[in-house]
Design a protein around this ligand. Structure first.
Ligand code: ADP
Ligand code: MN
Length: 366
């Protein structure tokens, strides 16, 4: 089982990883609070539909072997991080909490007794892992959640992490952190608009590269300049027709999401909307065809009420290319709060984003 650094990550902490044949599973170090939030999401199906699929948790036993020969001569400090060229052991003691059914649908069979070992690239592209059953106790930082990789299915995704809410801290955060994050909200668009562009990337097809905008850029945006910030996110050279479609879809998504969020009793602190659209023209069009085929298939299945259509699907399944996607991520500081009503700061964030997206749509309505 190989863990790779996550591609297409636009914000947050280092150390988010992916695994699977096609890196379709995210493995993210998490706090117990986030794991709990995902576990409890089963009781909130309307919101769960907006979250990445949750496959369970695993624990990385980070027993970096400092005397390992594999670090010799590389000039790397074996204890600096998990992605250095060291033999690192990962264990899966929490394997019983892995959702076996979900994992199997991806063709993965994670066995508790399997042991794997592979080498890390010096640049940290691929991690050197030894996965084995563990009996050791685990520390907080080793806990990871396994999630659907939302960028799976895109060829060159343009990704935006949009942090929602006016209050970015947990009520039980230390006073110092509360004060610091309250100041950040006041100085950025979070305070007045209820959102902040955290980080984003846009694919430039002509130059075959991504243009990336970091957290500092997002923090520097004002109420006025943020509209142009979004224009940069929607700057992939797909032509007006495709860009209009992207915006229309996001407007529809946000309208649906807004209705849902008004019915949910929770406090989201520093959670994000993760928006993606395909930045490669051919892949974009292929995605539209995939969607049409999927619709036709679904209709045919309803008509024939045929139960053994599975095999056919497998034969035909070309690559499932996506066009757009919009999800809610990052629940490290979010909690379900029954009886407390909806999160007004998040409602504000979605409302003001919708407003701006509708404004941007006019760019394409000459
Ligand atoms: P942090 O607490 O470090 O902010 P996040 O959950 O926000 O953690 O993840 C950091 C980044 O990783 C996000 O900005 C996004 O780019 C990427 N990411 C996180 N979860 C997913 C996912 N399920 N699918 C695709 N990308 C993800
Ligand atoms: Mn985040």
């Amino acid at each position: 089982m190989r863990l790779n650094p996550l591609h297409n990550q636009v914000g947050g902490h280092d150390g988010v990883m992916s695994m699977g044949d096609d890196n379709e599973i995210i493995v993210k170090p998490c706090l117990a609070q986030e794991l709990e939030f995902y576990e409890q999401s089963i009781l909130h199906p309307e919101l769960k539909a907006w979250m990445p699929a949750f496959y369970g948790s695993l624990t990385l036993a980070r027993q970096v072997n400092t005397s390992t020969t594999s670090t010799e001569g590389t000039g790397q400090d074996p204890s600096t991080s998990m992605s250095v060229d060291a033999t690192t052991e990962f264990s899966l003691p929490a394997i019983t909490s892995l959702d076996g059914i979900a994992l199997e649908t991806f063709g993965h069979k994670v066995s508790t007794s399997s042991t794997f070992q592979s080498k890390t690239g010096v640049n940290g592209e691929t991690m050197s892992v030894l996965v084995q059953e563990s009996s050791s106790t685990t520390s907080k930082e080793d806990l990871c959640i396994c999630l659907e990789n939302v960028s799976h299915g895109f060829t060159h995704p343009c990704v935006l992490d949009l942090k929602l809410g006016t209050q970015l801290f947990d009520d039980n955060a230390p006073e110092e952190k509360k004060a610091r994050l309250a100041a950040v909200a006041a100085k950025t668009t979070s305070g007045k608009l209820g959102f902040r562009m955290t980080g984003f990337q846009v694919y430039d097809q002509e130059q075959s590269r991504y243009i990336k905008y970091d957290k500092q850029y997002g923090k520097s945006m004002t109420e006025e300049s943020v509209v142009d910030g979004f224009r940069l996110y929607f700057a992939a050279k797909l032509g007006p027709k495709r860009m209009k479609l992207v915006l229309l879809r996001f407007v529809n998504d946000l309208e649906d999401f807004l209705e849902i969020i008004k019915t949910q009793e929770l406090r989201m602190r520093s959670s994000s909307l993760l928006l993606m659209y395909e930045g490669d023209r051919d892949a974009f069009d292929e995605g539209l065809i995939c969607e049409q085929e999927a619709r036709a298939k679904a209709e045919a299945a309803i008509e024939s009420e045929d139960d053994d259509s599975d095999e056919e699907e497998d034969e035909e399944s070309s690559k499932d290319q996506k066009v757009t996607d919009a999800r809610l991520i990052d629940f490290a500081h979010s909690t379900w709060t029954p009886g407390m009503g909806p999160d007004e700061g998040v409602i504000l964030g979605v409302t003001s984003t919708l407003h701006i997206f509708k404004l941007l749509l006019e760019d394409f309505n000459q």
